[in-house]
Design a protein around this ligand. Structure first.
Ligand code: HAM
Length: 423
C-alpha cells in the first residue's frame, strides 16, 4: 500500500465542508474590504525566499522543499505567500494599477517542520496583503478585515498580540544593545544562537531552547529601542485597534520568523490551543519589494493557518456546516431515473444536497442507504405515482409520507428542511 507523505493530509468529506465554507466566508469578507484574489505558482525560484524570508531563518535554513529541476535550476515549493505576491507585483508591473493594491490568496504552503500538533509539512494559508499604503491605517485595516473574518466564523476568544520591530536602522541599534547585554552569557547560548550571533542576531529572540529563552527575557525589548517615528506608527495602530472589540496585547519580544518585517508585527493566538499555537501571523514589510529589485512600495498583511483555524472552529459554525440537510432521491426503474436526476437538479438550485440513487437498489435497500447518508427525507419516484405526475416524499425523521405533485416537490422539500432549521 502506498501511503501519503509524512506531514501531508487527506481532508475527507464531510470535514472538507468546513474548509469549503471557511474559504467561502474568507472570499466574502475580504472582497467586502476590497481584496481580490491573486493565484500564484506553488513553485518559485529558491532565491526568492532566500532574499525575502531571509537566509538565516528557520524557514530558509531548514524547512524548505528545495530541489533541482531537470535543467539543474534550484526551485522551492513556496513556504509562504508574501514573497510570491511581491515577486508578482514587480514582474507584472502592478505598481501601474490604482494604489493601494489589495490582494488575497489561499492555498497550500510547504515547510519541512518537526511533526507536532497543528503543524504540517503541507498546510494551507489564507492571506491578504495591501501594497502601496505606508499608513498605520493600512495595518488597522488588515487587522479589521481579519477580525471581521474571524467574527463571521463565530470566534470571540482570540487574542491579538502586537509588537513594534522598528525600522531596519533601529534594528542595528537594537542588535548592538542585544549583543552588549548577551555578551557575558555568549557561551551559554545554544550552538544555533552562537551562529546567529554573527549571521542574524535578531533570530536569537526566536530560539526555543530553554536556556536561551531565560537569557532573552532579561534583555531590552526591541520596541524600547525604536525611533520616534516607528513608535508613533505602531502606537497609532494600537489606538486604531482599540476601536475594534478585538482584544489586543503588546508582546514586547514578539519578532516573527521572517526577516522582511518592520514596525508592526502581530499574531493571533487561540487560548484554547495554547499560547504557542499561532493561528495567524502578519506585519508590515515596507522594504520587501525594493529589496527584490522593485520600487519602494510599502506593504502590510497577514496569513491565517487554515489547518489550525479549522481545528478550533467554534462549535456553532461547525454544527451548522456539518449538519447540512441531505435528501435522497430514489427512482424506481429506468423511466423514473431521468425524473429523479431532474429533481436533484432543481433541489440543488435551491442549495439542497439531494443525491439520486444510481446503483439500481430496491426501495428497501434505497431507504437503508438514505438512512446511512443521514438523509432528512426520501423522494421516492415510483412508476405508478409518476403516471399521475406525483412522487412520494417520506419524512425519515417522523416516518410519515405524502404524495406530492412533481412541480411542488422543490417547494415542499425546502419547507421540510427549513422547518428543522427553525425548530
Ligand atoms: P507565518 O507566521 O510564517 O507568516 O505563517 C502564518 C500562519 O501559517 C501561522 O500563524 C500558522 O497558523 C500557519 N502555519 C505556519 N506554518 C505552519 C505549519 N507547518 N503547519 C500548519 N500551519 C502553519 C507568513 O507566512 C507570512 N507570509 C504572513 C504574512 C502575510 N505577513 C505579511 N503578510
Amino acid at each position: 500500500m502506498i501511503r501519503k507523505v509524512k506531514g501531508t493530509r487527506d481532508i475527507l468529506p464531510p470535514a472538507s465542508r468546513l474548509w469549503v465554507e471557511v474559504e467561502a466566508v474568507a472570499h466574502r469578507v475580504f472582497s467586502g474590504f476590497g481584496y481580490e484574489e491573486i493565484r500564484l505558482p506553488l513553485l518559485e525560484p529558491t532565491e526568492l525566499f532566500v532574499r525575502s524570508v531571509g537566509e538565516d531563518t528557520d524557514i530558509v535554513g531548514k524547512e524548505m522543499y528545495t530541489f533541482a529541476d531537470r535543467k539543474g535550476r534550484s526551485l522551492t515549493l513556496r513556504p509562504e505567500g508574501t514573497a510570491g505576491v511581491a515577486r508578482a507585483f514587480i514582474e507584472n508591473g502592478l505598481g501601474q494599477r490604482p494604489q493601494p493594491l489589495r490582494l488575497s490568496y489561499m492555498g497550500p504552503m510547504f515547510r519541512y517542520e518537526k511533526m507536532q500538533r497543528g503543524r504540517y509539512r503541507q498546510f494551507s494559508q489564507i492571506g491578504i496583503e495591501i501594497l502601496g499604503a505606508a499608513t498605520p491605517l493600512a495595518d488597522v485595516e488588515v487587522i479589521a478585515a481579519l477580525h471581521s473574518f474571524l467574527a463571521s466564523l463565530g470566534f470571540d476568544d482570540l487574542v491579538i498580540v502586537l509588537n513594534n520591530l522598528g525600522d531596519p536602522e533601529d534594528r542595528q541599534r537594537f542588535i548592538d544593545v542585544l549583543k552588549i547585554e548577551l555578551a557575558p552569557h555568549r557561551d551559554e547560548l545554544c550552538s544555533d544562537c552562537r551562529r546567529r550571533w554573527d549571521t542574524n542576531p535578531l533570530r536569537i529572540l526566536d530560539c526555543k531552547v530553554p536556556r536561551c529563552r531565560e537569557l532573552i527575557v532579561e534583555t531590552t525589548p526591541v520596541a524600547e529601542v525604536v525611533s520616534d517615528e516607528a513608535r508613533r506608527h505602531v502606537d497609532e495602530v494600537e489606538v486604531g485597534l482599540a476601536s475594534l472589540d478585538m482584544p489586543v496585547r503588546r508582546a514586547p519580544r514578539l519578532v516573527r520568523g521572517l526577516d522582511y518585517y518592520l514596525r508592526t508585527v502581530f499574531e493571533v493566538i487561540s487560548p484554547q490551543l495554547g499560547e504557542d499555537t499561532v493561528i495567524c501571523g502578519g506585519g508590515r514589510y515596507d522594504r520587501l519589494i525594493s529589496d527584490l529589485g522593485g520600487a519602494r512600495v510599502p506593504g502590510t498583511g497577514f496569513a491565517i493557518g487554515e489547518d489550525r483555524l479549522v481545528e478550533v472552529l467554534p462549535e456553532a459554525f461547525r454544527r451548522r456546516v456539518l449538519e447540512r440537510p441531505v435528501v435522497a432521491v430514489l427512482p424506481l426503474g429506468a423511466e423514473a431515473a431521468a425524473t429523479g436526476l431532474g429533481l436533484t437538479r432543481s433541489l440543488a438550485d435551491r442549495g439542497i444536497s439531494a443525491p439520486t440513487e444510481v446503483t439500481g437498489r430496491s426501495l428497501k435497500a434505497g431507504l437503508k442507504w438514505a438512512g446511512k447518508i443521514g438523509a432528512r427525507a426520501a423522494v421516492i419516484v415510483g412508476e405508478s405515482e409518476l403516471a399521475d405526475g406525483e412522487v412520494i416524499i417520506r419524512d425519515l425523521d417522523r416516518g410519515e409520507q405524502e404524495r406530492v405533485k412533481l412541480p411542488q416537490v422543490p417547494e415542499y422539500v425546502t419547507r421540510l428542511v427549513d422547518s428543522d432549521g427553525q425548530s
